[in-house]
Design a binder for this molecule. Structure first.
Ligand code: HAM
Length: 399
């Protein structure tokens, strides 16, 4: 994120229900079935309650913050977030009710370049680089354009017409969607419905000149930077705010829940939430799935203390605390024992933590201002003057 100049934003874990209903869309599975929503009590009789929801995703919250804090003053905003999201889905491998997303949004006035296909390509290239650097192999970038509202209106009409004769044979959700929001039929997972869905018209046939050009330019930049993609005109994404570019990165090893991440453009979302025009594009990685797609051999980082201070005898906690403070001020990682521990217990504790050195702080050491540092690996002991402890340790640890 730093290399691509994104900065962190933290939005609240819960927001007003209306934000998600208007942002993500009433007809989506997320809003109609999956949100954790409650009626908040007012604080006083006169104070009316409010409907609140645990965030099922973070884009609506970022755009709400953009509007509330007039972030357009900053031009193009490139913001990222990492945090929990909540959806009441049937839990299974790779699908949880509290899951974690690593996401980012590039949003701002059109004059700041927010609408440019260069933004789309930059984000997609960043994601390809991220997955490659993590050693995740065999990912596929599925790419589509879902057009602009005018294209979608024409597409929806065509879908309605195509669905009318077959809707009755489809699942109840599809029967409803066929009338209220036919695009959402593409979210259907019912196997029996798939042959009917396969025969429906595709958005790619309805893109106007501007949307087609935008999409071609995204593809041409991706090709020039060497990011491979697969065009998939069935990909409409399960949220209503998308316009133009929509994408998912999938990974075979994940099974049924094969999307590591998804995202796209949402050029009309700010206006839908009562803000000014603010085109944007973003993505969210399912962090749980990202971890699952890491090669099994990926090393787990073990964090060890540089030095374990073993206070030896009554009154030595005070001295050990001072020593720890001095060493930590020099950016050394210090673990502290307790003066009631026998020396053996301190060494055992230091061993369990994998501390590189043990520093013994007993009465003699404090009086003489000379301390013994024991290298836990070699067993070698060295006497070091207090004033030189930090420098000695840093040298020994190659800092
Ligand atoms: P989404 O496709 O709903 O998009 O979620 C993004 C990713 O979150 C999915 O690809 C998946 O990896 C992960 N995910 C979703 N639900 C679950 C779950 N129940 N358990 C585990 N992982 C899950 C969004 O959320 C959009 N806000 C992305 C975006 C940002 N679009 C534009 N900007």
């Amino acid at each position: 994120m730093r290399a691509y100049n994104f900065q962190e934003i933290r939005t609240p874990i819960f927001e007003s229900t209306e934000l998600f209903a208007r942002g993500v869309g009433e007809e989506t599975d997320i809003v109609s079935k999956e949100m954790y929503t409650w009626e908040d009590r007012g604080r006083a009789e006169s104070d009316k309650g409010q409907s609140l929801t645990l965030r099922p995703e973070n884009t609506a919250g970022v755009v709400r913050a953009y509007i509330e804090h007039k972030l357009w003053d900053r031009g193009l905003n490139k913001l990222y977030y990492i945090g929990p999201q909540f959806r009441r889905e049937r839990p299974q491998k790779g699908r949880y009710r509290q899951f974690y997303q690593i996401g980012a949004e590039a949003i701002g006035p059109s004059t700041a370049g927010s609408e440019s296909p260069a933004r789309d390509a930059e984000i997609l290239e960043m994601l390809a680089t991220l997955l490659d650097r993590l050693g995740i192999k065999n990912w596929t970038l599925q790419l589509n354009s879902v057009g602009c509202p005018a294209d979608r209106a024409r597409f929806n009409e065509a879908l309605k017409a195509a669905l009318a004769p077959v809707a009755a044979q489809m699942c109840v959700d599809c029967q409803r969607r066929a009338v209220t929001n036919p695009l959402r039929v593409f979210d259907c997972k019912v196997p029996e419905d798939q042959p009917n869905i396969e025969k429906l018209p595709r958005i790619s046939q309805f893109l106007d000149e501007g949307c087609r050009k935008h999409f071609e330019e995204v593809q041409s930049i991706l090709t020039s930077v060497g990011v491979a993609f697969t065009l998939n005109d069935r990909l409409v994404r399960g949220l209503d705010y998308y316009t133009r570019t929509a994408f998912e990165f999938t990974h075979g090893a994940l099974g049924a829940q094969n999307a590591i991440l998804g995202g796209g453009r949402y050029d009309g979302l700010s206006e839908a939430l009562g803000g000014p025009a603010a085109p944007g594009i973003g993505f969210a990685i399912g962090e749980d799935r990202l971890v699952m797609s890491l090669a099994e051999s990926a090393p787990v980082p073990v964090l060890r203390p540089d030095v374990y201070i073993a206070p030896l005898g009554g009154g030595m906690n005070r001295e050990a605390a001072r020593l720890a403070r001095e060493l930590r001020a020099e950016n050394l990682v210090v673990e502290l024992g307790d003066e009631t521990f026998r020396l053996k217990k301190s060494f055992d504790a230091a061993g369990k933590l994998g501390a590189q050195y043990v520093l013994i702080a007993g009465e003699n050491e404090v009086k003489s201002d000379i301390f013994t540092l024991k290298n836990q690996q070699t067993g070698e002991q060295t006497s070091v003057e207090r004033a030189n402890l930090a420098a000695w340790l840093k040298k020994a640890l190659n800092r």
